[in-house]
Ligand binder design. Sequence first.
Ligand code: MLT
Length: 323
Amino acid sequence: MLRRTVLAALPASLAAGRAAADTYPGKPITMIVPFAAGGPTDTMARIVGERMAKELGQQFIIDNTTGAAGTIAVGKAVRAAPDGYTVSIGHVGTHVANGVIYKNLNYNLLTDLAPIARLPQNPMLVVTSEQLPVKTLKELVDYLKTNGDKVPGGTAGIGSGAHLGALAFFAATGVKYQLIPYRGTGPAMQDLVANQIQVMVDQSANSLPQVRAGKIRAHAITAKNRSSAAPEIPTAAEAGYPMEISIWHGLWAPKGTPPEIIAKLNAAAVATLQDRDVRRRMEDLGQDIPTPEEMAPPAFAAFHKQEYARWQKILEAANVKIE
Ligand code: MLT
């Protein structure tokens, strides 16, 4: 009775949001993934979605919408109904770099999406195919000094994590390789294993399993410290070319999604990253897991804004833009 009175007193939209939140979720939730299946972002989406489903009692449907370094998928997420049944996963590339690089995006990455939770981040590995005749980062740099323009390297498009990794590598080493765009680093990895491309700066979650299987070679990790998941891989600084870059991920909902629903989704995401099995799987892939405080929507929004300003400087200085 009191609840009905309180709701009756609220503006209609607010009351509707609160009422909807009471029964949320009443059906499966779609998670839009901006890259191809099998890659690091898809892998994270599936691990997180599977566990959040247990918390919320409804399945997560993974919708891989690929192309244009994730700008198409984010547009779809921005236009989705703000009812809690569509969320989107993304990272520093799709939700920061693309906003700086793509001059004609018809959405604002800082205001058109509601932050749900910050998710883990992947340090990056400098990896090559088994066939490329290099065994260390120094040998790779020397090899690229003379062959760089002939060596195909993988990215997931201009603005993607693997592109930002390549930019960091070019800046730290002074050498370059060709940038071949894929719909994700999942398919790019298949071509690296098959020596169709020969180098990539890629997220640990995507590369480590192939390194462990002896199918590709890792020459450095772009982190301050070695990863406990792969202590044999030197840091880029130890290998002679200091560079630090990691690809943080996040979860968003369309702007206007009721705060009560955002709170439920955030609570499910926090419980998910506190789950022992989930943590073990993610740490085994070399991922750094944020704290519940860092995952909170206001803290995540502040981090997002700060990262936007940081990368704006980097990318404008590097004159990376697409008209
Ligand atoms: C993916 O999941 O394919 C990656 O996140 C792509 C990228 O490097 O940004």
